[in-house]
Design a protein around this ligand. Structure first.
Ligand SMILES: [Zn+2]
Length: 378
């Protein structure tokens, strides 16, 4: 019997566990609630797997778990998060439900299904005696991913540096469940403009409009977006001025920047700091910075993708797709450590971060078979 048919037989119990975990809220900002979900995962991994489960306490956000199976020198990282973007009470408002082939509920797709997937892939390898002696598989579960992993980033990076490869269990790219070998890097900036206030009717010549200067800068910034080089700029929020009859002495804009390459990632703060005012007498100031480096497609991540491809062919009779995305994940800074990284290994579905979020139920067994197949071939 192959991996898939074994897992299809376990699908009802996998769904029962998924239901329990989706029905527990775990907002990143609520330590008490997220710790309850971590307690639940800790128990499941301890009782169902012969593995070393280490719990790392956290003062600010939910605790973290590192689940280690095997003791070989070649370490493979599985990366997942227990937190969701949903507030307390969300699971009571719209609990887990199955409708046909879809399962709904807060965080079901991003990424509570992925944790059940990791548990069953590891269980299967253990039960089948397929974990080769040279390997150790370490599953990392953090609780602050949805807010940028402020307290878990260094912890994940330390594991990444010691690992031969990292498999990130974020949802795949839809509609065809593509695996992600590249992600854009991202940054956030604030552009502040200082002008000169004056009465718009009485002495306009004494004023210099910060609002006009900002408008000119926004047009310049948006013109930097360039599909060929992969640069995306979005001025997503602006503010300025105090009223229609006052020439504004202040205006500001929040800027989101996405880049494909490490070169652009390093260059971008300098490029923004090099902005010059269009209106004489105004002053510009840039705050903020780049935070997640791009996950670039490398020769070694392409090799990892080839392993996933043969696992998909042999376990699922499926030709997977490879994709690049503008979204960011923990895969970004893992790849920046030089660790070959494959992302988007989670369960197919859609509607991440929206109330229509769902997974395709049969995909829970299929993507678990794929994950087990990759670990078996790595
Ligand atoms: Zn996620």
């Amino acid at each position: 019997m192959n991996f898939l048919s074994r897992l299809e037989r376990r699908l009802p119990e996998m769904m029962a566990l998924l239901e329990q975990s989706v029905n527990m809220d775990s907002p990143s900002a609520d330590k008490a609630l997220t710790d309850r979900v971590i307690d639940w995962y800790e128990e499941r991994f301890r009782e169902q797997l012969q593995a070393k489960v280490e719990r790392v306490p956290n003062d600010l956000y939910g605790d973290r778990l590192a689940v280690r199976m095997g003791a070989g020198p070649r370490q493979i990282l599985l990366v997942a998060h227990a937190d969701t973007v949903w507030p307390p009470g969300e699971a009571r408002r719209r609990p887990f439900r199955v409708d046909g082939k879809r399962a709904y509920g807060p965080g079901v797709y991003d990424m509570k299904a992925s944790l059940i997937q990791a548990l069953y892939a590891m269980k299967l390898l253990q039960a089948e005696g397929r974990l080769c002696d040279s390997l150790s598989i370490v599953l990392l579960i953090n609780s602050d991913e949805e807010i940028g992993s402020p307290t878990s980033r260094a912890w994940i990076e330390a594991y990444a540096r010691e690992s031969e490869a990292a498999l990130v269990l974020e949802p795949p790219l839809e509609p065809h469940g593509a695996l992600k070998t590249a992600r854009k890097g991202s940054g956030r900036f604030l552009l502040s403009v200082q002008g000169q206030a004056a009465h718009a009717g009485v002495n306009p010549e004494a004023g210099i409009s910060a609002v006009e200067e900002l408008a000119r800068q926004i047009i310049r910034l948006h013109s930097w977006s360039d599909a060929d080089s992969g640069i995306q700029i979005n001025v997503g929020k602006i503010a300025g001025g105090i009223g229609a009859n006052v020439i504004a002495d202040y205006a500001e804009a929040e800027i989101d920047v996405r880049v494909d390459t490490m070169d652009d990632f390093r260059r971008f703060p300098g490029r923004l700091n090099g902005l010059v005012p269009s209106l004489p007498g105004t002053r510009l100031r840039i705050d903020g910075g780049m935070n997640r480096p791009p996950m670039e497609r490398t020769e070694s991540s392409a090799r990892l993708y080839e392993i996933a491809r043969s696992a998909a062919r042999e376990e699922l009779s499926l030709e997977p797709e490879e994709a690049s995305t503008g979204g960011v994940s923990d895969g970004n800074f893992i790849a920046a450590c030089g660790t070959p990284t494959l992302d988007g290994l989670g369960v197919g579905g859609g509607g991440a971060h929206s109330p229509s979020e769902f997974i395709w139920v049969p995909e829970l067994a299929r993507r678990t078979a794929l994950l087990a197949g990759i670990l078996d071939r790595i």
